[in-house]
Design a protein around this ligand. Structure first.
Ligand code: FAD
Ligand code: NAD
Length: 465
C-alpha cells in the first residue's frame, strides 16, 4: 500500500490547491480524480469555459453594437460558432494541462479513478491501488441540481455543462433560474442572438447579491438582449417533443400558468454537493439534509484527520472559496495557524458590465438591525467611464453608522470583477469608508468611483456629483 501524508479526493479548485500547497509545505501528497483531466467543475465545465464564451460573445456583441459610436465601421460581422467553441475548448485544454505541469513540479502523485473509503485512513482507487493517508481531504465538489417533472435528457433539456458545448446557438432558449449561471448564460446566448425567456422563482434575480445591482442586471438583460423575464414563476413541467421542448410555467402563487415553447431548456436552479461513490458510510460519516458533509470551523469532519472542503461543505459554492478552504486545510495539516473568513469572499457575475460584491448586503444589515450608511456613485459621472463609453452602473459603499467601518462594497460596472479586490482588502484590514476615500487612486480610472462612494458613505456626499 502506498503511504502519503495527505490524500486528496477530487481535483477541482479545492482539491488541487490543497494538494499543491500541502506539497509546497513539505508533505507527501496524492491527488485522486475520477475524470481523465484535472481541474474539476471549474476548469472543465464551469468558470473557465463559461468565461471564454462570455468574453467571445461580448466581443461579437460589442463589434455589432458599440463600435459605431467610437467612429469605427465594419462591413458586416458574422458568427463562427464552431471557432468560438474551438477556442473555448483550447483554453480549457491549455488550463487543465497546466495543472499536470504544476503537479509534477510539486511532486504530487496523481491517480485517476473513483476514490472510495476503505477505512478511516485508506482510500481505494477503482481499478487502481489502495492509498494510505495520514490525513485525507474530501474535495468532491458538486453537480447541477434538478427539478421534479423536468427530466434532464442532456439533448434538449440541459444543464450548464451541455449549454457550454451546444452544437448550435439556440434560436429560442428557456432558462430556469435567474442565479449566476442563468444570468451568465443569458448574456452569452442573448449576445449571439437567441430569443431568451428566463423564469425565476424569486421576485428578483441574483439572490444574495445587492438588490439594486440585481435590478440593473434585469434591466440590462431586457434592454440589451430583449429577454422576456418572469420573476416569481416556476417551471412545472417540460416535455421534449421532437426538436422542441414544451414547458409549463406557473406563477409562484399559482394564479397564472403559461405554456412556452423553446429549442432548449436550461435548468440552472443551483448545485448540490456530490458524495456519490465515496462510501462515506464505511467510515461512519454522513451528510446533512442538504447533502453536505458537516465540518467544524477547522474544516474537520467527525473524524478529525478527514477534512472536507469546497462545494461539498457549507458556504458559497465558488471556486475561490474552495481554494481558500484548500489552502486553510493544507496549512493546518502543515502545522500553520491559517485564518478563514467567508465574509471576505467576493461574488462576481462575469456579464458586461460586470457585477461584484463583498461583505454585507443592505438586506443582510437590515435583517440584523445594524445601522449603516450608504454611499453611492454612478459610473456616468466618471471621466474614465465616459472616455471608454462604459457609463452603465454604480458603486455602493456600506459602512457602520457609528464607527464608519467598511461593511460592504457592491459594484455594477466595467471591471467590477477586479475593482472588488479593493473592498476585499478594505474589509480584511478593518478599513473605514474614510480610509477608502483617502487612498490616492489613479486618474482617470474606474476605481475613482469607489473613492467617491466611500466619501459619500463617510460624509454624506461625493465630490464630483
Ligand atoms: P469541483 O470543482 O466540483 O471538483 C470536484 C472534483 O472531484 C471533480 O473533478 C470530480 O470529478 C471529483 N470527484 C468527485 N467524486 C470523486 C471520487 N469519489 N473520486 C475521485 N474524484 C472525485 N465559481 C467561481 O468562483 N467563479 C466562476 O466564474 C464560476 N463559474 C462557474 C460556471 C459554471 C457553469 C459552473 C457550473 C460553476 C461555476 N463556478 C464558478 C463554481 C465553481 O466551479 C465551483 O464552486 C468549484 O468548481 C468548486 O470546487 P470544488 O473543488 O469544491 O469542486
Ligand atoms: P444559484 O443558486 O446562483 O441560482 C439558482 C436560482 O434558481 C436562484 O435564483 C433560485 O431562486 C432559482 N430557482 C430555484 N428553483 C427554481 C425553480 N423551481 N424555478 C425557477 N427558479 C428556481 O445557482 P446557479 O446559478 O445554478 O449556480 C450554481 C452555483 O455555481 C452557485 O453557487 C454559483 O455561485 C456558482 N457559479 C458561480 C459563478 C460565478 O462566480 N461567476 C458562475 C456560475 C456559477
Amino acid at each position: 500500500m502506498e503511504r502519503y501524508d495527505v490524500v486528496v479526493i477530487g481535483s477541482g479548485p479545492g482539491g488541487y490547491v490543497a494538494a499543491l500547497r500541502a506539497a509546497q509545505l513539505g508533505k507527501s501528497v496524492a491527488l485522486i480524480e475520477k475524470y481523465p483531466t484535472l481541474g474539476g467543475t471549474c476548469l472543465n465545465v464551469g468558470c473557465i469555459p463559461s468565461k471564454a464564451l462570455l468574453d467571445s460573445s461580448e466581443k461579437f456583441y460589442e463589434v455589432q453594437h458599440h463600435l459605431k459610436e467610437h467612429g469605427i465601421s465594419l462591413n458586416g460581422c458574422t458568427l463562427d460558432w464552431g471557432q468560438m467553441q474551438a477556442r473555448k475548448n483550447a483554453v480549457v485544454r491549455q488550463t487543465v494541462s497546466g495543472l499536470n505541469y504544476l503537479m509534477k513540479k510539486q511532486r504530487v502523485a496523481v491517480y485517476h479513478g473513483v476514490g472510495r473509503f476503505r477505512s478511516a485512513n485508506e482510500v481505494a482507487i477503482e481499478g487502481g491501488p489502495v492509498l494510505y493517508g495520514q490525513h485525507i481531504i474530501i474535495a468532491t465538489g458538486s453537480k447541477p441540481a434538478t427539478l421534479e417533472g423536468v427530466p434532464i435528457d442532456k439533448q434538449r433539456i440541459i444543464t450548464s455543462t451541455e449549454a457550454l458545448s451546444l452544437s448550435e446557438v439556440p434560436k429560442r432558449l428557456l432558462i430556469v433560474g435567474g442565479g449566476v449561471i442563468g444570468v451568465e448564460m443569458a448574456s452569452i446566448f442573448g449576445r449571439l442572438g437567441s430569443k431568451l425567456v428566463l423564469v425565476e422563482y424569486l421576485d428578483r434575480l441574483l439572490p444574495g447579491m445587492d438588490a439594486e445591482a440585481a435590478e440593473e442586471v434585469r434591466q440590462l438583460l431586457v434592454s440589451a438582449y430583449g429577454a422576456e423575464i418572469y420573476l416569481g414563476h416556476v417551471l412545472q413541467e417540460a416535455q421534449v417533443k421532437g426538436s422542441v421542448v414544451e414547458a409549463r410555467v406557473a406563477s409562484r402563487k399559482g394564479d397564472k400558468t403559461l405554456t412556452l415553447e423553446a429549442d432548449y431548456v436550461l435548468v440552472a436552479v443551483g448545485r448540490r454537493p456530490y458524495t456519490e461513490g465515496l462510501e462515506l458510510e464505511k467510515v461512519g460519516l454522513a451528510t446533512d439534509a442538504r447533502g453536505r458533509i458537516p465540518v467544524n470551523p477547522h474544516l474537520q469532519t467527525a473524524i478529525p484527520h478527514i477534512y472536507a472542503i469546497g462545494d461539498v461543505v457549507a458556504g458559497p459554492m465558488l471556486a475561490h472559496k474552495a481554494s481558500e478552504d484548500g489552502l486553510f486545510v493544507a496549512e493546518s495539516i502543515a502545522g500553520r495557524k491559517p485564518h478563514l473568513d467567508y465574509r471576505l469572499v467576493p461574488s462576481v457575475v462575469y456579464i458586461w458590465p460586470e457585477v461584484a460584491g463583498v461583505g454585507y448586503t443592505e438586506e443582510e444589515l437590515q435583517k440584523e438591525g445594524r445601522p449603516y450608511r450608504v454611499g453611492k456613485f454612478p459610473y456616468r459621472a466618471l471621466g474614465r467611464a465616459r472616455a471608454a463609453q462604459e457609463v452603465r452602473g454604480f458603486v455602493k459603499v456600506l459602512s457602520d453608522a457609528q464607527t464608519d467601518r467598511l461593511l460592504g462594497l457592491h459594484i455594477v460596472g466595467a471591471r467590477a470583477a477586479d475593482l472588488i479586490a479593493l473592498g476585499v482588502a478594505g474589509l480584511a484590514y478593518g478599513a473605514s469608508a474614510e480610509d477608502l476615500f483617502r487612498l490616492p487612486l489613479a486618474h482617470p480610472t474606474f476605481s475613482e468611483a469607489i473613492k467617491e462612494a466611500a466619501l459619500a458613505a463617510s460624509e454624506g456626499a461625493p465630490l464630483h456629483l
